[in-house]
Design a protein around this ligand. Sequence first.
Ligand code: IPE
Ligand code: IPE
Ligand code: MG
Length: 252
Amino acid sequence: MPGPSDTAELEARVRARPLPRHVAIIMDGNGRWARVRGLPRVAGHRQGAAAVRAVTRAARRLGIDALTLYAFSMQNWSRPADEVEALMLLLVEFLEKEQQELLANGIRLNAIGDLERLPARVGSRLESVRQATAGGQGMTLTLALSYGGREELVHAARLAAARGGPVDEAALEAGLWTCGLPSLDLLIRTSGERRISNFLLWQAAYAELYFTDVHWPDFDERELLTAVADFQARQRRFGLTGDQVTGPGGRE
Ligand code: IPE
Ligand code: IPE
Ligand code: MG
């Protein structure tokens, strides 16, 4: 197990280099975390909510501008009703407990997805925390709820068509639920699965992808720092050659 001083050293290294502005996480593996402990899946989701608190705090402390968390997908509606119910309950609990801390740390809460589908008590709680934290300048925490990337693209295309102008990249961008957020730099998925599962399909075009076998409830500040350090060691070329990015013989 790495000790606190290793974490401090890692943090110092990460702080010395440019940070990703926008980090998104597919928080996967709550169910498996619970299963290996002989616990019900819901226990994994509860521990997952604790990880959300810890990682949000760590991202804010580090100075990341935007953290986007995939909390519930459009496809997750098809899970057993009692699991969906438990997740909605945990979400309300999270919002109630976190409002003060978000406010105190200048974190603006945002939500993306087909929010109309959320139960009324979730929708209204979300709206009240969103309004209460709207002035937050430190970081934007976006919860993707009832979210699907394909659904978002259909929504954006419909909006662009309804506006009557050209349906080009800018028009589609403007209709995305993520409009206004910095472009996505780093996309993390926990728990060993190497797929996108309908998350930020458009936004991931040039994001760096990072996969870890750690289950979401075990993901913490150190894991976040490890992912960011990995990101910082990469060269993003956006279609150019390495020389174009760094200059001939150059280094980053
Ligand atoms: C992620 O954990 C949380 C949600 C999708 C809501 P899972 O519930 O998908 O956990 P696994 O993949 O079954 O382990
Ligand atoms: C993606 O995880 C959705 C969230 C993390 C909220 P899933 O567990 O639903 O994805 P699949 O089913 O493994 O692709
Ligand atoms: Mg899963």
